[in-house]
Design a protein around this ligand. Structure first.
Ligand SMILES: CC(=O)N[C@H](C=O)[C@@H](O)[C@H](O)[C@H](O)COP(=O)(O)O
Length: 239
């Protein structure tokens, strides 16, 4: 058994680059055809896996690519800040869509309906899913592991003065997690945008790096460029 497997021998995440093929509400790219095309491009380019949101996107991507898919469902419930796969209901949706890996908010914030992290994780494990913990800080890892998660991700780590550059990834959390939990795969996710970001993540101990916006969100990237042009009052002007 290698360190890519759990004690039961189940394959965890392959090492390499995962591409997060998601488009937010209001984006013209929010269309399963577009997400499947992005996933196909990622696979052809050598990505080790895909992260996708929602039943339609996940099921179409699972049907199309041969690389592993991390499924999530983003859903906001009143009275809870937890929105990435918050309850057992969304776990069932993702399992039904065919993802082999599920990511879920593994912070200690209260979940909708009073469900506990442990209940949601146990439910996912009972359905045979590998569970990725979306953490907001290295301090979240202990209770996530106690709840039964398989791999640790930095998805919910907010931008801070620890970032390698303003708006860039936070490598310090990856380093802290890799040092504290050497037996766990650490998945770097959140604001990775360049080849050197990715190399820095692996140097910091990441097993896998998930990249989203920098690859797949042409809408947000264009808005950023237009906003930069606007600071020179150039955008849309002629002459
Ligand atoms: C915080 C949150 O809700 N993150 C979401 C999780 O699935 C996605 O919106 C991100 O695009 C994804 O994590 C990849 O990150 P980035 O797009 O920065 O490479």
């Amino acid at each position: 058994m290698t360190d890519d497997t759990t004690t039961t021998g189940r394959l965890l995440l392959p090492r390499g680059i995962f591409i997060s093929c998601q488009a937010p509400e209001g984006s013209p790219l929010r269309d399963p055809y577009v997400m499947v095309s992005l996933a196909r491009a990622a696979e052809k380019a050598g990505a080790a896996g895909i992260r996708a949101e929602g039943v339609k996107d996940i099921s179409r991507i699972v049907e199309t690519v041969r690389i592993p898919v991390i499924g999530i469902r983003k859903k906001h419930y009143e009275g809870s800040e937890v929105y990435i796969t918050p309850t057992r209901f969304e776990v069932d949706e993702i399992a039904g869509a065919g993802a082999g890996i599920i990511a879920l908010d593994a912070t200690s914030r209260p979940r909708p309906g009073g469900e506990t992290l442990e209940e949601v994780v146990s439910h996912a494990k009972a359905l045979g899913l590998t569970v990725m913990a979306d953490l907001a800080a290295s301090e979240d890892a202990g209770q996530a592991i106690a709840a039964g998660v398989d791999v640790l991700g930095t998805t919910l780590v907010a931008a801070s003065d620890e970032d390698v550059r303003p708006g860039g990834p936070n490598l310090a959390v990856i380093e802290r997690l890799s040092n504290a939990f050497p037996e766990r795969q650490v998945i770097a996710e959140g604001r990775f945008a360049t080849p050197s970001d990715v190399q820095a993540a692996f140097r910091a101990g990441a097993a896998t790096v998930v990249v989203g916006k920098a690859v797949t969100d042409a809408y947000a990237l264009t808005r950023d460029l237009v906003a930069a042009a606007d600071t020179f009052a150039l955008s849309g002007s002629v002459g």
